[in-house]
Design a protein around this ligand. Sequence first.
Ligand SMILES: [Ca+2]
Ligand SMILES: [Ca+2]
Ligand SMILES: [Ca+2]
Ligand SMILES: [Ca+2]
Length: 343
Amino acid sequence: MKKQFLSLATACLLVAASASAQVEADLTIKHGTVAPTIDGDPSDAVWALIDPVPVEKQFTTDPEASVTAFFKMFYTDDFLYLLVDVTDDVHYPLWKNPNDAKQNYLYDKVEVYFDVNDNLKDGGSPAHNGANTPPINPGHAQLAFDFDDEAQYGAGSILPSDVVYNFLSDQVLVAYNYKTGDQNSYVIEYEFPLEAFINDRDEALSMEAFKALPQGMGFDLTVVDNDNDGNGRKRTVWMSADAEAYQSMDGCGVVVFGDEELPAGSGIGMLDADVITCYPNPVTETLMVNGDFDGITLTNLAGQQVKHVAGTQVDVADLSAGLYIVQAYKDGVCKGVAKITKE
Ligand SMILES: [Ca+2]
Ligand SMILES: [Ca+2]
Ligand SMILES: [Ca+2]
Ligand SMILES: [Ca+2]
């Protein structure tokens, strides 16, 4: 019996040793061909195809944050796409206290971090050296634009130039908006050109270069939560909870650019989701979706999304007659799909 236990343990060690020879990814992202519209609206069909990654670790030295968040990420031949969804009880961004711009890092915002070097655990970070003169720590970047303008919620895409350390400056398309019916919670969409990423050998990266990174891409995401409640800055992070990614990225997550393809961008590519029941079908006025869902989209056969509503019913009276694809969502994930006829 003892001998058998030992050989089992040996077998486990061998398995562990062979696994560690590969990159240990915290997240493997898929390749797609259809870009989302960078407008702060997460209803693009492609986002529904991607699993959300929770951001739920409390930063060790902060008071506990009252915020929940997730992100989604995928890539195309030329871009990396990121969506961040933040549910907050009190939105307190910089524009509510604009005289404090020098301390913009204390206000509601999202910070994202990248490390594109072959060797990730080098102690490096995008920390500001006081002059922001590159190279600071080559291969490391932060994008942490602040919400300094109330008018930019839902106003379309911008190229934020503030608080961008290292190579990403002025190249990243960003848009944000409040979530439906809630002026405290928000969504941010990002489009990062892959060739904007420069490693410590001063090389611009391509899709092939990202896929060939020997240790994967270092990545982390911090949600800063300020509720104007006397507790100052509170933070949740994806991975590095003991050290600020701003100071060292060694504790960050590892993202691998996988080979798996996303289905073609329109809702029609999603027929592998569970089939759901919609009634009445055919429908003329109000479509009901049967099940535990909190959102519905309708896409026409040209791949255009024509409806995106919260809840389990949707008013279709204004749609022209024809076939539509229904997708039903729970917590941002597409759980079901069906085809309906509008009469
Ligand atoms: Ca969008
Ligand atoms: Ca909060
Ligand atoms: Ca590093
Ligand atoms: Ca807040």
